[in-house]
Design a binder for this molecule. Structure first.
Ligand code: AQP
Length: 331
């Protein structure tokens, strides 16, 4: 064990303006661990370059993602907040774990299949070995719990397999991590294609509600959200659009699905969509305000990054010296 407390690690890519999927599926849940766990929350810029990024935008989004972590309630004094590329041990362990990850395993990853379809012009080796780097991120800190959205479940299972394989060859080296997936908001779907995940890099901006969208934009996007022709607010697998809107409404208001069904009984989708938009915009308003305040003080963000990286590197060093010794690298 690296610390007195159990360890939590998670990350978000600075690959676009974050969505309410990133917020509800991941970041919003991060702060619940701050008191009782030793928490590492990382801006995973090494992962972001598996897809081509504009350098100035990547840099800006790295600051923004850190500021969003903080605006969503992560206190830098209670959580280690840092940028992945500032701790080179991620890349080092990533390479090592590549050598303990099978080609067949990586070929089965649905994210690789999806992203190589979306980026057919750039199916690079990093996109393929992404899950081994993600395993390195997690195992480097001897992580016990990884809070993520359900889309990361397959990668997390692979991280567990890699840890177990390494431990079998070299004896106990890595903690085998568990996932923490919020059951009620595990997957927020696209507003335009509600059978597909809401993704920050979706080229159709109407499909995606971003944490920093203005209230007007949020209302407009919900107004245009795809539903169905039944005109009944009811949670059901054969009503993906309406069910997704109900999930979002539940997440921002705390109302149960039964209460939501009762509230909109006999009313059209127009009213319902406006209520979801209002709840979402109101729920995000304090985050937007805090974000603006934090972004105005870049020096503070840089000091948070620096302190976070120093602390993360301290923990990473302990794991790396163990890994190097076990593998047989000369000290
Ligand atoms: N739609 C979603 N519903 C629930 N959780 C989600 N997450 C992402 N989208 C949803 C969770 O957010 C965390 C950070 O995700 P990421 O930035 O590492 O990458 P991603 O999962 O690939 O997210 P995107 O938005 O789809 O990014 P792009 O478009 O760049 O590929 C993860 O915990 C994820 O589960």
């Amino acid at each position: 064990m690296l610390a007195d407390k159990k360890i939590v690690f998670s990350g978000v890519q600075p690959s676009g303006n974050l969505t309410i999927g990133n917020y509800l599926g991941a970041i919003k849940n991060f702060s619940r661990f701050s008191e009782d766990y030793k928490t590492f929350y990382c801006v995973v810029d090494l992962h972001a370059i598996t897809v081509r990024q504009v350098p100035a935008e990547l840099r800006r989004r790295t600051y923004e993602t850190l500021a969003l972590y903080m605006a969503c309630g992560l206190d830098e004094k209670k959580n280690t907040l840092f940028v992945q590329s500032h701790v080179p041990a991620h890349a080092e362990l990533g390479w090592i774990l590549d050598c303990y990850t099978m080609f067949g395993e990586l070929s089965r990853m649905t994210q690789f299949k999806d992203k190589s379809q979306k980026h057919a012009e750039n199916i690079n080796a990093g996109l393929f070995t992404y899950p081994a780097l993600m395993a390195a991120d997690i195992l480097l800190y001897q992580t016990d719990v990884v809070p993520t959205g359900v889309d990361q479940k397959q990668h997390l299972e692979l991280a567990r397999d890699i840890a177990e394989r390494f431990n079998q060859v070299y004896g106990d080296t890595f903690t085998v991590p568990e996932s923490y997936i919020p059951t009620d908001t595990m997957k927020i779907m696209s507003l335009q294609e509600p059978t597909a995940k809401m993704s920050k890099s979706d080229p159709n901006d109407n499909a995606v509600v971003r944490i920093l969208d203005s209230k007007d934009d949020i209302m407009r996007k919900f107004k245009k959200a795809v539903t169905d022709s039944e005109a009944s607010v009811r949670f059901s697998e054969d009503k993906p659009g309406v069910s997704n809107l109900m999930t979002i409404y539940h997440a921002f208001t705390g109302k149960s699905f039964e209460d939501i069904e009762r509230e909109f009984d006999g009313r059209g989708y127009g009213d319902f969509k406006m209520a979801v938009g209002e709840a979402c915009a109101d729920g995000l308003a304090p985050v937007r305000e805090e974000f603006a305040r934090l972004m105005a003080d870049k020096a503070h963000l840089e000091s948070v990054m620096k302190n976070g990286a120093d602390e993360a590197a301290y923990y990473a060093r302990k794991t790396m010296s163990k890994v190097r010794r076990k593998i047989g690298f000369v000290n």
